[in-house]
Ligand binder design. Sequence first.
Ligand code: ZN
Length: 244
Amino acid sequence: MNRPLVAILSGAGVSTDSGIPDYRGPKGLWRQDPEAEKLVTYEYYMADREIRRRAWQMRRESGALGAEPNAAHRAVAELERSGVPVRVLTQNVDGLHQLAGMPDRKVLELHGTARSFVCTGCHARGPMEDALARVDAGEDDPACVTCGGILKPATVMFGEHLDPVVLGQAAAIAKACQVFIAVGTSLQVHPAAGLVGVAADHGARLVIVNAEPTPYDERANEVVREPIGTALPRLLTELTAKSD
Ligand code: ZN
């Protein structure tokens, strides 16, 4: 039989069990602290070396690169290994879906990744560890070794546009999937909210797993309020059983 394509849209709530707080959501830490928000806002970051110096210290001290995948990430990877076609559309920049075993090509990172740096001049990329090692060694604002340009994480900062190619791929998956699971996201900001609408408009079964109500709950076939760490493994096990 044809196995249904499952799209999983994951937000900050998926990674909180891994010790990564919600930074950028509507009620996220950055939004509540204007000084912190400047560190992740493109215009301020590019204009002010002191902002960059503080941003590099923040990245160095956050420990986010050391976070481990949790039960939710593992359940998604397990579903993929079971043979069900799965695509992850994630708002998270922590790379934990891939660390849990999801193949890179099956994860679309809507907001980029904090595991790489990118040069704002020549677009060269490299592992974030390499840039942080330079900060540890005393460079407070490491510049691109190729062109001398300003380096930033390969994430979409406030004030930057999402990658239209990634967004297009995400929309195509939302249209094509038979099951769309939105998990750990408030669905109050685009593109996440838009993708849910696209999936529902194209006939996908819509499942929402979130502690708080979302604007799309009324359109969902199933709304789950229980903690993600138990809800998602259960839901995905049911999907595996159904497709056997
Ligand atoms: Zn460069």
